[in-house]
Design a protein around this ligand. Structure first.
Ligand SMILES: *Cc1c(COP(=O)(O)O)cnc(C)c1O
Length: 262
């Protein structure tokens, strides 16, 4: 776990009003982007996942009180700690957690035991799908299946997790056929950082769209039933115009994070 300096926490907690402002701004930009979205795309209202990594629970409560329900974390320990925090349990009864980081086998139980876990967006191997499928039996309530997305490494960068685009359909087929406790929801990508959209549509997002096309054609699924999770603070409106159904936005809502390794 990273250590959060208390001075940082205090100044962030002081910035309450900005969270509401940030959230409102993002929601209105989402609405504008939806209106600009091509009419031949499935007209699914995009879901905003507020990425709260490094940010204290007080700010999550603040965003929750402003109406936000879906939150994302990319470290299992951090998601687990926040999801089990007494303040969150008391004040955010309907919170929905998305796991959006790389999931190691030895952390699966910790993740699945987290209260309010809604979706694992980062299934990046058939083996991980099998493990989740098996372990979920211990944690599920009322036979509810665990929602999952398959993460695709659209940019081909070594450092990024995710399946090769060409492996996507096979992995989805594996989940549909062999993982009855998982509920396949869609595809997710991070993509390269700092892509300049004045150069045209983000090739990572076009790649994810193509993967969905193939998945739907080969596995006979309706495009409306297969989500695309793509787009972050710098480009969520662009991603929505291309057809994102889930956007994961952190710093625009919660303020900038200190640089990694600081
Ligand atoms: C941090 C993170 C985000 C949000 O990034 P911002 O630029 O702060 O909006 C989205 N997706 C993933 C997987 C992340 O780790």
């Amino acid at each position: 776990m990273r250590i959060i300096k208390s001075s940082v926490m205090t100044s962030e907690v002081d910035a309450k009003v900005d969270i509401m402002y940030g959230l409102k701004t993002v929601l209105s930009q989402i609405e504008i982007a939806v209106a600009r979205r091509s009419k031949d795309l499935p007209q699914i209202a995009p879901r905003l996942v507020a990425v709260s990594k490094i940010k204290p629970v007080e700010l999550i409560v603040e965003a929750y009180n402003a109406g936000q329900r879906h939150f994302g974390e990319n470290y299992v320990n951090e998601l687990s700690d926040k999801a089990s925090d007494p303040l969150i349990l008391e004040k955010c009864k309907d919170i929905k957690w998305h796991f959006i980081g790389h999931l190691q086998t030895n952390k699966i139980n910790k993740l699945l035991g987290s209260p309010g876990l809604f979706m694992v967006e980062t299934v990046d191997s058939e083996k991980l799908a099998d493990n989740l499928n098996k372990q979920w039996l211990k944690y599920r309530k009322e036979k509810e299946r665990l929602r999952v997305m398959v993460q695709v490494n659209t940019s081909g960068e070594q450092a990024k997790s995710g399946l090769e685009p060409l492996e996507t359909t096979k992995a989805v087929e594996h989940i549909l056929e062999n993982c009855p406790n998982l509920d396949f929801q869609g595809l997710m990508t991070i993509g390269q950082y700092d892509y300049d959209i004045t150069k045209g549509p983000n090739p990572d997002y076009l790649c994810l769209i193509k993967c969905r096309q193939e998945v739907c054609e080969k596995l006979n699924l309706d495009i409306k039933d297969v989500e695309l999770s793509m787009g972050m603070s710098s480009d969520f409106a662009h991603a929505i115009e291309l057809g994102a159904t889930t956007v994961r936005v952190g710093s625009t809502i919660f303020g900038a994070r200190p640089p990694k390794n600081s």
